[in-house]
Design a protein around this ligand. Structure first.
Ligand code: ATP
Ligand code: ZN
Length: 292
């Protein structure tokens, strides 16, 4: 069957790079299996009406905008830089990075106005220009597509504006990071054209529902512990998010087991109080999915 009109949702993801494995893993958690995607450009899922298009991340915004792909997973930074007309449906919580201004160590960089009339090398000219305009700054920008960090050493620019992760590359080039220009993460986007296709719309809605379930599950944990019956009321107050925890009787008539879904970070805040109230055998388990 011709892949272009088989009715499957066409989802573009990065072929090979920082977003690839996390995108495939997210789909897997949604029950969408993708096999043998490594050397292929298009691969269909065996468990969901979806074809994956494996592309360079820079090409994804345009493919989605033009409707060649119905949807895509890509960094917000790329969407914004390309000024793509696509709809952002969901932030995905991975691929987080910052686009920052960085200057040579001897550059006096105390306030933003210090970059006025300077030259900035960047691979994100549009994002940088928006930042300059918003802050009423005037600087010259030059676009460089790779190895932006060496521009100051080469004398082509006074400072740079680029994605910063560990800072090691900056240190090697004797640069210091200073101001954050843009914070990005991977997002699910869709084409405006998809609204016209009822069947694809349904598939996309189902995909989005599953993704949201996975993201909610990620931010929650399943707590199990044994507590004295007398302390039950106090313990329930410590965990405000639970409306109705599961209470299971134990062989010891004075004790019960309490099971509840709680926000991932809550346990560490209340663990000492739980123990004080006599809680024991505290287990915190990951949740793979939470159907919303
Ligand atoms: P492609 O060959 O697909 O064009 P690329 O080299 O442009 O790949 P990657 O380096 O794989 O892209 O980064 C993809 C995206 O991952 C970035 O656009 C950004 O959204 C995100 N990202 C997260 N952390 C970082 C980081 N430390 N450095 C670069 N990108 C990062
Ligand atoms: Zn790229």
């Amino acid at each position: 069957m011709n892949i272009s009109n088989n009715g499957n949702l066409k989802l573009a993801v990065q072929k090979k790079g920082r977003l690839t494995d996390k995108s495939i893993e997210l789909l897997k958690l949604c029950g969408i299996d993708i096999e043998n995607y490594a050397e292929r450009l298009v691969v269909s899922s065996s468990s969901f009406p979806l074809d994956l298009l494996l592309l360079r991340d820079d090409d994804i915004p345009e493919y989605v905008q033009d409707g060649v792909a119905d949807a895509g997973i890509v960094g917000e930074n790329v969407i914004v830089e390309k000024k793509a007309k696509v709809e952002t449906l969901q932030k995905l919580g991975f691929g987080k990075c910052k686009i920052m201004l960085a200057a040579p160590e001897n550059f006096r960089f105390e306030i933003l106005q210090d970059i006025n009339n300077k030259t900035i090398a960047t691979s994100y000219p549009n994002i940088l220009q928006t930042f300059l305009d918003e802050n009423n700054l005037k600087a010259k920008t030059i676009e460089i597509s790779g190895s932006v960090e060496i521009a100051p050493a080469l004398g082509v620019a006074d400072l740079i504006c680029d994605i910063v992760s560990t800072g090691t590359t900056l240190m090697m080039n004797k640069l210091k990071k200073s101001f954050t220009v843009y914070e990005s993460q991977a997002v699910l986007v869709c084409s405006d054209l998809i609204l016209k296709d009822e069947k694809k719309n349904e598939i996309l809605t189902e995909l989005l529902r599953r993704i949201r379930s996975v993201l909610t599950a990620r931010s929650s944990k399943y707590l199990m512990m044994n507590v004295p019956i007398d302390a039950l009321e106090k313990i329930e107050k410590l965990i405000p998010s639970i409306k109705s925890p599961t209470i299971v009787p134990l062989a010891d008539p004075n004790m019960v087991a309490v099971h509840a879904v709680i926000p991932s970070d809550l346990l560490w805040k209340i663990v000492d109080q739980l123990k004080q109230e006599g809680a024991s055998g505290i287990l915190l388990l990951p949740i793979e999915n939470m159907i919303l």
